[in-house]
Design a protein around this ligand. Structure first.
Ligand code: ZN
Length: 151
């Protein structure tokens, strides 16, 4: 009995640790048909080399009517990126091609769809104010939140 117990205990300890660690470096955020994100703030642990944001559209409306994406910029760059994103149009997922202000973004999705984006946390500075938003026309005023690099 003892021969089997120790490896099992070790395996349980490892499996209990791994998902918790991975969860710290990833977050899931939902967008709905009422033009809302379910999170107003995201904290990125500085210990993560990469951070993943999974966007889930929990509504039913198609992306042409109620499309959502997740776009990250410095807060100071947000309005400019929103304006240029709308000009870029639906074919570009409302993100200007090659926009250096956009630090990360998912594609535009409709109801029932998901997309995720991973980015290197080396792109973030502690103390800087970052904002995320949906760049679908008219959504960024409500669908937005703040992102910070935690210690
Ligand atoms: Zn949206």
């Amino acid at each position: 009995m003892t021969r089997y117990w120790k490896p099992l205990a070790l395996a349980l300890a490892l499996s209990a640790t791994a998902p918790a660690w991975a969860a710290d470096c990833a977050v899931e955020i939902e967008g709905n048909d009422a033009m809302q994100f379910n999170k107003q703030a995201i904290s990125v642990p500085a210990s993560c080399k990469q951070f993943t944001v999974k966007l889930k559209h929990v509504g039913k409306l198609p992306k042409a009517a109620m499309g959502h994406n997740w776009v990250l910029t410095k807060t100071a760059d947000m309005q400019g990126a929103v304006t240029d994103g709308i000009a870029a149009g639906a074919a570009k997922d409302y993100v200007k091609a090659g926009d250096a202000r956009v630090l990360a973004h998912t594609k535009l999705i409709g109801g029932g769809e998901t997309d995720s984006v991973s980015f290197a946390t080396s792109a973030l500075k502690a103390g800087e104010s970052y904002s995320y938003f949906c760049s679908f026309p008219g959504h960024a005023g409500i669908m937005k939140g703040t992102l910070t690099l935690a210690k």
